[in-house]
Design a protein around this ligand. Structure first.
Ligand SMILES: Cc1cc2nc3c(=O)[nH]c(=O)nc-3n(C[C@H](O)[C@H](O)[C@H](O)COP(=O)(O)O)c2cc1C
Length: 253
């Protein structure tokens, strides 16, 4: 119709005709999530990509997931991805409440995935109560993701000390100044704590590892390699640890 104004549907309404969902008693009703201006600027329901860069077959796989991960990580580095070693770590409290955050993968020995952090942080406390965790590498430009599920074990002191010593001096002082995940009064409190760390370890004085700082290795129980494919017919190949070694299987996308 000439002059008809384009109707921007609420993102949820826009998909309602595609996936009619029987409303169950007790199901969540949502609405009014975005103003009309926000909807016009970003119609979430229409944001989608079709994936066609590559495929993943059983023949591509290495005998173990760490070797195959090395291959995909190298490809992520070579593709120039921003922080290809950034991963989401999900932990759960003792009573099962989950939480996620990014950390950097800092080592990949045969035992598993290594990262460093404050062991008194929220993640540290949750891992102490429940060492089961999940890792996610979101490599969007390659239309890939890797999902890891496993058990985190604290790293030994000498490994932590060697990595800590390799960090820039500012990061080492920051580790002394920040009791990660604790509530602070304001930015000034952090600045004062950093200045106190600078005063405590002047000039080129060695900066030892703070007692609360450490690292973990996540020993994988399963690792899924996901490659986007056209029509949402993605490749999902999963390694699962078994008593006789690694078994692999394909999952429906
Ligand atoms: C790209 C990126 C990399 C990060 N790397 C680390 C890291 O290696 N170690 C770390 O403790 N926090 C890292 N952080 C900060 C964490 O996401 C998080 O804010 C912090 O560890 C506190 O988490 P928690 O309160 O859940 O324990 C990183 C954040 C981003 C965005």
């Amino acid at each position: 119709m000439a002059g008809a104004r384009k109707r921007i549907l609420h993102p949820l309404l826009a998909t309602a005709h595609l996936r009619p969902v029987a409303r169950r008693p007790g199901g969540a009703r949502v609405g009014g999530m975005a103003t009309r201006d926000e909807q016009q600027a970003m119609d979430l329901a229409s944001l989608r990509e079709d994936y066609s860069r590559a495929g993943l077959t059983e023949d591509d796989l290495a005998p173990d997931p760490i070797s195959f991960f090395h291959r995909w990580l190298r490809e992520a580095v070579e593709a120039g991805l921003h922080e290809p070693n950034a991963m989401v770590v999900s932990t759960a409290s003792a009573d099962g409440l989950p939480s996620s955050r990014m950390v950097l993968l800092k080592g990949l020995p045969a035992e598993g995935f290594v990262f460093f952090t404050n062991t008194h942080s929220r993640k540290g406390e949750e891992l102490a109560a429940n060492p089961h965790c999940a890792l996610l590498f979101p490599w969007h430009p390659l239309e890939r993701q890797v999902r890891v599920e496993g058990v985190a074990t604290p790293l030994e002191e000498d490994i932590v000390a060697a990595y800590f010593a390799s960090r820039p001096r500012g990061s080492r002082l920051g580790a002394w100044a920040s009791h990660q995940s604790r509530v602070v009064d304001g930015r000034e409190e952090l600045a004062a704590a950093y200045a106190a760390a600078e005063a405590r370890f002047p000039d080129d004085a060695p900066v030892p590892v703070p007692e609360e700082w450490g690292g973990y290795v996540v020993r994988p129980e399963s690792v899924e390699f996901w490659q986007g494919r056209p029509g949402r017919m993605h490749d999902r190949l999963v390694y699962r640890r078994s008593p006789s070694g690694w078994a692999t299987e394909r999952l429906a996308p």
